[in-house]
Design a binder for this molecule. Sequence first.
Ligand SMILES: *Cc1c(COP(=O)(O)O)cnc(C)c1O
Length: 404
Amino acid sequence: MTPTETDARTEFQRAEERTAHNYHPLPVVVQHAEGAWMTDVAGTRYLDLLAGYSALNFGHGHPELTRVAREQLEQLTLTSRAFVHDRFADFCAALGDLCGKDLVLPMNTGAEAVETAIKVARKWGYEVKGVPPGRAKILVMTGNFHGRTTTVVGFSDDPDAHNGFGPFTPGFQAVTYGDLAAVEAAIDEDTVAVLLEPIQGEGGVVIPPDDFLPGVRELCTRHDVLMVADEIQSGLGRTGRTFACDHSDVVPDVYVLGKALGGGIIPVSAVVADRDVLSVLRPGQHGSTFGGNPLACAVGAAVVQLLGTGEPQRRATELGVVLRERLEAMVGHGVLDVRVRGLWAGVDIDPTVGTGRDVCEALMARGVLAKDTHGSTIRLAPPLVVSEEDLGWGLDQLAAVVGG
Ligand SMILES: *Cc1c(COP(=O)(O)O)cnc(C)c1O
């Protein structure tokens, strides 16, 4: 090992020694990144095929986003919502317009935005739909991932996420993801919302049957139930459209957004809906000290502007064709199955090749960083700014690793 590689190993061990082991990171210590490439402390370069779980859709150090952030840092960073600041209106208007909705409620992290949507749906249920007090029910999906707070992990069926963290918040009922009849059967007069991911990211990029989202939309309209789409990972360009729901021509009542909304710079999340839904919140009933802060709003507005050009969506569509072709050619050669939507893929590794983790370690040795999910699946979500050449090279490395 060169001295720098020894340093890198030491740095990794130091990090592991002084943190709770709630993650199992690959043994790399990143120091710098630009576009789709990261460089570790030893100077080794890696192609990023995870993009911060889609928080880095626009790549590392996007010039326009970092310029806006830098300028805002010099100007104003926090007022709290006790005072209005001059970046707030533009962000809310721009994001509301992008979603085709009246109102925006900014928060920070994805889980917080999901919690916010749950509170809003319940309050809407009592005040608008007329559900008797304490009875509001929210339908959720099997295989869901909506974050890590106690309420949210309470309705997760992933044992790692769920077990040992109870007692849990009541009021949720799980139905099989993709099963429209199950959704219909579970809706009753106390049902206030159906909460779903239009594509399940953490679940392994699971795409529901074509009729599922339109069917849920129709059921929600018919039974006066809010359709709440958690587009935190699937939204903002990843699938080749602004929202994954767009592929089905479905408009949910509530969008829950996060991850890429912060441009990979700062946590920014939001709940976006029309006035009849979000106006159920009145002063003092919900809040966040950092939610909608000037820096977040400046970056978030720049992200919305970027999406307004349609360029990130176009790249995701074009590169997604390459991704699909290359991955489908690997099926039967170390890969059991692939699911692709835009520049986003779940790749099920043949267990005879190794675990997802084994494959990610082998990829790392070849200069590619990716992340396994649920044992044998690898989720590929390169920054949308990756070049076609680099993407092809990264997929060459995957083919070499799984194909032996
Ligand atoms: C990542 C994610 C969340 C949670 O976001 P955090 O910012 O990590 O709290 C919620 N829902 C979905 C679909 C996600 O992918």
